[in-house]
Write a protein that binds this ligand. Structure first.
Ligand SMILES: Nc1ncnc2c1ncn2[C@@H]1O[C@H](COP(=O)(O)OP(=O)(O)OP(=O)(O)O)[C@@H](O)[C@H]1O
Ligand SMILES: [Mg+2]
Length: 267
């Protein structure tokens, strides 16, 4: 089990409400508020992200208002250049909004110091990227272990947890391999292991299947779905692929920095 400090997780909702997501309406872009079941992990209100100034400024996010429930699986879909990655970076505390508020577990991310944000990133948020972003000179196991350095796990603890995580993802026999010796799907599984070994509350995945063939794509989405359920994760997945987005409980569509969402379905 993790030695992760409990403050990295937002308060747990009562068991019976975690997945009661027959919501019908939601709070995206200021429409009707979410049904009151479950606890919010994120509350975004009028979030704007502007890059640059003057006439050349780009408004990547335009008054995004969104509530994400604990344990929810939300897909964020939309064409290229519409603000999806920008939103994910803000949710993961990797960047700050120009204006508006982002509450995570009731705390305003904008009000946190760099050190507090770094602490949250190290413990609460796991990231998975389209291009895997593994360190090519480290083995699969060493790549997974890197996630435990910022939380000050001992070397022995890092090794044990990395080995266990890789085994859970079916990669026990690949632990000593370098990324270049692994298939795309295997590399993405190592990246997922790295994201989850610290037992984050939230998994933020940016086009996690974008570089994979269809069969491997389906395998990775099925894996993410299994891990989401087994670990009671809040899973936020950016994708341009409708087949992938359909696997989520709710789909939010991003266009020109504006977010709109369909109706949730029970998983
Ligand atoms: N650091 C930055 N500086 C300036 N402009 C930026 C920066 N990051 C993003 N943008 C701009 O913000 C807009 C949204 O970019 P973003 O990367 O969020 O899109 P996206 O939906 O993730 O696209 P894709 O599907 O291609 O990954 C784009 O016009 C992009 O050029
Ligand atoms: Mg992107």
């Amino acid at each position: 089990m993790s030695s992760e400090p409990s403050h990295s997780r937002p308060p747990s909702p009562p068991q019976d409400t975690t997945l009661s997501l027959a919501l019908g309406t939601d709070a995206i872009n200021g429409s009707t508020s979410l049904a009151s079941s479950g606890q919010s992990v994120y509350e975004l209100r009028d979030v704007v992200k502007r890059f640059g100034r003057g006439p050349s400024a780009v408004v990547a996010l335009d008054r995004v208002t969104l509530t994400v429930k604990q344990g929810e699986f939300l897909a964020i879909q939309g064409p290229t250049g519409e603000g999806k990655t920008t939103l994910l970076l803000l949710l993961g505390g990797l960047d700050r909004p120009t204006s508006g508020t982002i509450l995570y577990g009731g705390r305003d991310l904008s009000s946190l110091s760099e050190q507090e944000l770094a602490q949250l990133r190290a413990s609460a948020f796991g990231f998975v990227f389209q291009t895997f972003n593994l360190i090519p000179t480290l083995t699969a196991q060493e790549n997974v272990e890197t996630a435990l350095v910022p939380v000050h796990a001992s070397p022995a603890d890092r090794r044990r947890r990395a080995v266990e995580m890789l085994a859970e993802l079916g990669l026990a026999d690949r632990a000593k391999h370098l990324p270049g010796e692994l298939s795309g799907g295997q590399q993405q599984r190592v990246a997922i292991a790295r994201a989850l070994v610290k037992e984050p509350a939230v998994l933020l995945a940016d086009e996690p299947t974008g570089n994979l063939d269809e069969e491997t794509r389906d395998e990775i989405v099925t894996l993410l779905e299994r891990l989401w359920r087994a670990r009671s994760l809040t899973l936020l997945m950016v994708t341009h692929d409708s087949t992938v987005a359909q696997r989520a409980q709710r789909i939010a569509v991003m266009r020109a920095g504006r977010l709109t969402a369909g109706v949730s379905r029970s998983a």
